[in-house]
Write a protein that binds this ligand. Structure first.
Ligand code: MN
Length: 247
């Protein structure tokens, strides 16, 4: 069964007219592991549950900052661009995905969205708390720092190594970890670089950009994992009505 993986988008404008933008690398990464990329526009959060019912997995893409009111904090002077309708939509989508038990991966902002949706908080501006460079745009497809991945974590199994070189294009990071998540990878300065779902929650949130490094060992595997888990999810959901009918 070919899984359908929803991809969140960044509202922007083209020639003055609104568009939903998504870097092509996300589409290629999902297409490249045999899944169908389903591009999701920002909608009314009330639609989240029905949208999730048409999907087998979700990938939360990158973008601007989550408004700190979502984690009961006041905006830092260094807060970047925020998009309240996108926040509300993606947070509803993440919660609906968890409720349905869908496999989900969040990348950069996507990891932050999932964490906040589950009650976690964020560091609003890393340069205020660390000297390690986490926003190196000149080297977006090459490792600029390493992360250490917790032994025994699901991420360690999927990535296959304890120390992974990663690119880094973020100025925020996970602070308090959301319910049902655990932090499982850190940079040398202690910055949380990845969270994963506990027990049966098939969730990864990574602060780096594996979609820009799919050819490097340990990065493409994350998309492979998402496709495999989504295929399993598709099969389970397809057999659910039959099981209900038999009961
Ligand atoms: Mn980093």
């Amino acid at each position: 069964m070919v899984p359908r993986i929803g991809l969140t988008t960044s509202p922007t404008a083209l020639e003055g007219r609104p568009v939903e933008a998504l870097e092509r690398v996300f589409v290629d990464a999902i297409d490249g592991v045999g899944a169908v990329p389903v591009i999701l526009p920002v909608l009314d959060p009330a639609r989240a549950r029905s949208v999730v019912e048409g999907l087998d997995g979700m990938l939360f893409s990158g973008g601007g900052d989550v408004h700190p009111s979502w984690y009961n904090s006041l905006p830092s002077p260094h807060l970047g661009t925020v998009d309240p309708p996108r926040d509300a939509w993606e947070i509803a989508l993440a919660r609906a995905g968890v409720a349905r038990g869908l496999p989900m991966m969040g990348i950069c902002r996507g990891a932050q969205v999932i964490n906040v949706a589950l009650g976690g908080s964020l560091v609003q501006h890393l340069p205020d708390v660390t000297d390690l460079a986490h926003c190196v745009k000149e080297e977006c497809s090459r490792p600029v720092h390493t992360v250490r991945i917790e032994g025994g974590s699901r991420l360690r199994t999927v990535v296959g190594t304890e120390v992974l070189g990663v690119n880094s294009l973020h100025h925020q990071a996970v602070a308090e970890v959301g319910d049902g998540l655990a932090s499982v990878a850190w940079a040398d300065d202690g910055t949380v670089e990845a969270v994963e779902g506990l027990a049966r929650n098939r969730i990864f949130g990574v602060q780096w950009h594996p979609e820009l490094m799919t050819a490097s060992p340990g990065h493409g595997e994350l998309f492979q994992w998402l496709a495999e888990e989504s295929a399993t999810s598709a099969k389970a959901l397809a057999s659910a009505p039959a099981a209900t009918a038999a009961a």
